[in-house]
Design a protein around this ligand. Structure first.
Ligand code: PLP
Ligand code: ZN
Length: 407
């Protein structure tokens, strides 16, 4: 049995092709590379029914993933997260068919584990012994931990301001961890130098082609969980844009396979008002974004001032008649609280931004009555202990709640 139907790597900018049997990073033209599969063969040999009976993780789609030998699979059970109906929130914002794909439940508490699982597995297959990457926190945590599981060493560089919890995750994994007095872009420059001088495998966002493949499984799962139908709209909190590029790629592959039919969902990129390069480019109908100076947001996962794959994100928006929209930090926090109160879900600020965007798009009429809308909650709220500020009364020993409790 063929485990993967990977065929080769190709450049979405200049169409150069590369072998998937050796290590490659960017195309000679500077563009990220994408993975191609022998979809005709998958179509002839694999059925949707067969997939239904497989393990409940992202490896159920192994034919559409790049790892050729199952022995190289490095897994902590990631993927196949629940697609949860949000009826009370949906009613409140007049989106009756509202769903949350909850990525807070994967190992390390964010969907970054999908990219890490597939990226690390493929790195193992390609003989990588040590990798390096810059990170805002969540990606570094996932890659360092999956690296540890694979026995691959890691060097991680993150801003001193990156969340303490992600710093601890990386440190505990045994990675070589460095903090930089600067931004993720400054961490990136230090990593690029180390890669050049010491021959480390560069696992920076989109500088290795396989992280997208892990993240694309979110798109495969949404289709499968909706009974191989597609929603009208998918809303994604966008930083580097890897998840959105991946979901778009997944949906196109499913169409070629004939596993789904009809129009692709309109894809929506959500950013923070304090860091919205994709939104600006989309509003100006540009093909690429510009560096966003002085970027800032509590939603650190989407605080990316310039993404290497911006042109791929924008293409996905234009091709699906989607849009890009920015949400204020304060609005994210209010939405996060509303979701906890109406649906019992403690989601991350990035996920809350997606729901706040849906609310705005429904109010403007961009989302129409009766449409099915899926929001990605990209991580668990508990990874952001300092985002929530509460004021709680403190009792003295022996105090009573008389007059305070309402029944
Ligand atoms: C990284 C991250 C994002 C953004 O993901 P991209 O695929 O890089 O756009 C969103 N939310 C969280 C919680 C993240 O960690
Ligand atoms: Zn190229």
């Amino acid at each position: 049995m063929t485990y993967s139907y990977i065929s080769h790597l190709y450049c979405p900018k200049c169409s150069n092709t590369y072998s998937a049997k050796e290590q490659h990073h960017l195309c000679v033209c500077g563009s990220p590379l994408l993975v191609d599969y022998k979809l005709d063969e998958i179509k002839a040999k694999v059925t949707r029914e067969e997939i239904a009976g497989r393990t409940h993780d992202l490896w159920r789609y192994h034919e559409l993933l790049p790892v050729e030998d199952e022995q190289n699979k490095v897994s902590l059970g990631e993927g196949m997260t629940p697609l949860i109906a949000m009826p009370r929130l949906g009613r409140e914002m007049s989106v009756e068919n509202l769903y949350m794909k909850d990525e807070g439940m994967v190992p390390t508490g964010t969907f970054k584990a999908r990219g890490a699982a597939v990226g690390i597995s493929k790195a193992k297959e390609l003989g990588v012994r040590e990798f390096a990457m810059p990170t805002n926190g969540n990606a570094g945590a996932a890659w360092a931990l999956y690296g540890a599981r694979a026995g691959i060493k890691s060097t991680i560089v993150m801003p001193v301001d990156a969340p303490l919890i992600t710093r601890n995750e990386v440190a505990l994994s045994g990675a070589k961890l460095y903090l930089v007095n600067g931004l993720i872009s400054d961490a990136g420059k230090i990593v690029a130098k180390a890669v050049n001088e010491h021959g480390l495998y560069d696992a920076s966002t989109l500088k290795e082609p396989y992280r997208i493949e892990g993240k694309k499984t979110m798109g495969l799962e949404i289709a499968e969980q909706l009974g191989w139908t597609l929603p009208d709209v998918i809303v994604y909190p966008t930083g580097g844009g890897v998840g959105l590029i991946g979901i778009y790629k997944a949906l196109k592959e499913l169409k070629v396979l004939g596993w789904v039919t009809g129009d692709l969902p309109r894809l929506v990129a959500v950013q923070a008002v304090g860091c919205a390069p994709i939104v600006k480019a989309w509003e100006e109908k540009k093909a690429e974004s510009e560096f966003w100076p002085g970027s800032a947001s509590i939603a650190f996962g989407i605080n990316v001032p310039k993404a290497l794959g911006d042109f791929l994100v924008l293409k996905a928006l234009y091709q699906t008649a989607g849009c890009a929209i920015a949400v204020d930090d304060q609005v994210m926090i209010e939405e996060q609280e509303k979701i906890a109160q109406l649906e019992g879900a403690f989601i991350c600020p990035e996920g809350a931004a997606a729901f706040a965007a849906i609310r705005k798009l429904r109010e403007s009429g961009w989302i129409q009555e009766g449409e099915t809308v899926v929001a990605l909650n990209t991580g668990a709220g508990i990874k952001y202990p300092d985002t929530v500020k509460v004021d709680v009364p403190v009792l003295e020993i022996g105090d009573s709640l008389d007059g305070k409790v309402t029944n």
